[in-house]
Design a protein around this ligand. Structure first.
Ligand SMILES: [Zn+2]
Length: 385
């Protein structure tokens, strides 16, 4: 076993204290010592370092427990900012967050054609524009983190985005060359699962399923993300559900789950030859509500496939809870119960599976992406102090 060097222990203690400051919002030196188990002298020394370097600030006096009132400490959230990108298959969403992972600004550009180069240049243009508008801060842009709706390997290289046909794309290196800051690239399902895990730390066995333009998933087991040997353990949208399918999936196979269960395929089925086609999931939800027969038929088929796919995953993962994230279900939350009714688990002794709608919604992957960049920034800084 590798022995920790003194400087490693210091860096670890600093990070532990910094994490407390991020989690607790406002905390005193004595409380930090109590929570972390570090002695008061160590806490005081590290807090001084963090104050001197502008990572934290002293705020108002706290409540006294007998002696003099303690000075409270809080994270200096505007000491820098990060860019989080959701590289969707129809549009690219670019957001700015502060160091407390609060959204400060955002913009969106459509994905045009299938050329990566053209879309990469537009992405860089959007990031430059957002960066130019930020007020000056001590650390400025601390990192860029990208959520990708496709297969990303453990080194952060995009291996395949089926819908866009982009293969072996090292977006991480290209963005680093352009902006000269740390860059992180990961699958959107994994990032959303990390964000949901932070929101719900009590659930150690969790499946996070996003039914959007494509199907994405993130798997948490024993409280940790399940990535698999090469990093694509969560590519569940390409499990084959129909071996008789004659139309190819975007990935090249036939009969993948995603062919029947994405917002795009649902809209397509509901709009085929329709007199009043829907332009968005909200418009489609309205047609379903007022009893449009074509929309309802498309929904029934969609729910059949969704329930079958979820049931298959339950038999692989046996999660305590499934968190569903979808514009369709946000517009029609009563459908969650409908899915639960269709999930049949005859050999498990379970009635059904607990499913909740995500509270993070469309921001789940972006929140997870920003968290990775922010944690990376603090981790590097704590090592270098
Ligand atoms: Zn496929």
């Amino acid at each position: 076993m590798k022995l920790l060097q003194t400087k490693d222990i210091r860096a670890r203690n600093r990070m532990q204290i910094m994490q407390q400051l991020i989690q607790c919002k406002e905390v005193s030196r004595a409380e930090i010592a109590e929570i972390t188990g570090l002695n008061k002298a160590t806490v005081s020394t590290i807090v001084k370092e963090l104050l001197d370097n502008g990572f934290i600030v002293e705020t108002a006096m706290g409540v006294s427990t007998g002696g003099r009132k303690p000075i409270m400490l809080t994270q200096q959230a505007d000491a820098g900012y990060c860019i989080a990108v959701d590289l969707n298959v129809t549009h690219i969403q670019v957001t700015v967050t502060d160091l407390a992972n609060r959204f400060c600004a955002e913009s969106s550009v459509p994905v045009k054609g299938e050329s990566f180069k053209q879309n990469f240049q537009r992405l860089c243009g959007e990031i430059h524009q957002l960066v130019e508008k930020r007020p000056p801060s001590r650390y400025g842009l601390i990192g860029i983190s990208v959520a990708v709706r496709g297969v990303v390997d453990l080194d952060g290289v995009i291996r395949f985005i089926p819908k866009l046909k982009w293969r072996d794309t090292d977006l991480k290196t290209l963005l680093h060359q352009e902006f000269q800051v740390p860059v992180y690239v990961d699958n959107d399902g994994d990032l959303a699962a990390m964000a949901e895990r932070r929101e719900n730390p009590g659930w150690d066995e969790m499946l996070v399923l996003s039914v959007d333009d494509v199907l994405s998933a993130g798997l948490v087991s024993h409280g940790k993300l399940v990535r698999g040997y090469l990093g694509f353990a969560n590519a569940v949208g390409h499990h084959i559900l129909n071996c008789k399918e004659t139309r190819p999936c975007n990935c090249g196979k036939y009969g993948c789950w995603e062919q029947y269960c994405s917002c795009l395929t649902l809209l397509e089925a509901a709009n085929r030859g329709a007199e009043h086609p829907s332009g968005s999931m909200e418009e489609l939800a309205e047609r379903i509500r007022i009893g449009d027969s074509q929309a309802q038929q498309a929904l029934r088929e969609f729910l059949d496939y969704l329930s079958i796919g979820i049931t298959n995953l339950i038999f692989v993962l046996n999660s305590e809870v499934i968190i569903l994230n979808s514009r369709l279900f946000s517009a029609l939350p009563e459908l969650v119960e409908e899915v639960q009714r269709r999930i049949i688990l005859p050999i498990t002794g379970l009635g059904t599976q607990t499913i909740y709608l995500s509270k993070l919604g469309q921001r789940a992957a972006l929140t997870g992406a920003a968290a990775v960049a922010i944690e990376g920034f603090y981790s590097n800084c704590m090592e270098q102090l």
